[in-house]
Design a binder for this molecule. Structure first.
Ligand SMILES: Nc1ncnc2c1ncn2[C@@H]1O[C@H](COP(=O)(O)OP(=O)(O)OP(=O)(O)O)[C@@H](O)[C@H]1O
Ligand SMILES: [Mg+2]
Length: 276
């Protein structure tokens, strides 16, 4: 499989603002020398508890945050060598809370059409013809086209999250980074979004970095997974291996915690198994 996204020796430290004059505050190493590759069409999960550095890493991967050291490559080329528009056509990011990323004054239809227009300005890659209209993108994300004239504030949480994902997808990126996209949703809505993501991946070969705190959810969606703790990758490998026989005690803990939230696990498993 072709190497799509490469994170090489990524480190990032944050400093609290409490330091005295000329000194920096307490240091927090959010990412410590992280290496990760994602191939074309692959679904990879990144699992870890709150504060382990997942969002920091995903923002670095999508070019929204610069690492202190290390580099991100997409299709073998350093991320900073792409223009912002080119970058959005390679890697898209969807956040846990869609309200943070969706402009409240724009309608759903406008957002998707704007992404499609931007995509067309990049002449080197044409979107699949069946996805060249806002209507077709709405349909692909199981969104009623009536919502094209609605603003985010008039949509349900699940609809907003679908819209956020649809907007990133309308640039037809080779890779989508999904940062806890189902965490704020109820069980059945979360399950339907997982099912939808799997369908998008199967149809269009969009690679995905699926970020979650739930190892059980990661098992359902991914082929390969990375487990992060305190800024470091503590375990990685095929999902089957990592989930089936976790080596690191922390991963065993995460598995037990995921198993405890049976309802979430049950519904998600249903989403994963049902034919897309
Ligand atoms: N902009 C920032 N300034 C200072 N510290 C930060 C900043 N962003 C993140 N951190 C710190 O870096 C660490 C990792 O945060 P990050 O948001 O990457 O974790 P996470 O795994 O995404 O957590 P969660 O599951 O809660 O979203 C945390 O200790 C956090 O407080
Ligand atoms: Mg986070």
């Amino acid at each position: 499989m072709k190497k799509l996204l490469e994170l090489k020796n990524i480190s990032k430290t944050f400093y609290s603002e409490k330091g005295l004059l000329f000194s920096r505050g307490a240091a927090k190493e959010a990412c410590k020398n992280i290496n990760m590759n994602i191939s074309s069409g692959e679904i990879v999960a990144l699992v870890g508890e709150s504060g382990s550095g997942k969002t920091t890493l995903s923002r670095i991967a999508a070019g929204l945050l610069s690492p202190d050291s290390g580099a991100v490559f997409i299709e073998g080329r350093a991320l900073e060598r792409y223009s912002p528009l080119q970058r959005a056509s390679k890697i898209g990011i969807v956040f846990q809370n869609p309200s943070d990323s969706l402009n409240p004054v724009l309608t759903g239809g406008y957002m998707i059409r704007e992404a499609l227009r931007n995509r067309k300005r990049l002449d080197y890659q044409n979107p699949p013809p069946e996805l060249s209209s806002a209507e077709s993108i709405f349909a692909e994300f199981s969104l009623d086209f009536k919502l094209a004239s609605s603003r985010p504030g008039d949509m349900s949480g699940g609809q907003r999250q679908r819209l956020a994902a649809a907007r990133s997808f309308a640039m037809f990126p080779s890779c989508l980074v999904l940062d806890e996209v189902t965490s704020s949703l109820d069980v059945s809505t979360a399950a339907s979004i997982i099912k939808l993501l799997k369908r998008i991946n199967a149809r269009y070969g969009t690679a995905m970095l699926f970020i979650t705190h739930n190892l059980v959810l990661a098992e359902i969606i991914s082929e390969r997974m990375f487990v992060m703790k305190e800024g470091e990758i503590v375990e990685s490998g095929s999902t089957w291996e990592v989930f089936g026989s976790p080596r690191h005690p922390y991963v065993r803990e995460l598995k037990a915690a995921g198993m405890l939230s049976r309802e979430e696990a049950g519904a998600s498993r249903y989403a994963g198994r049902e034919s897309a």
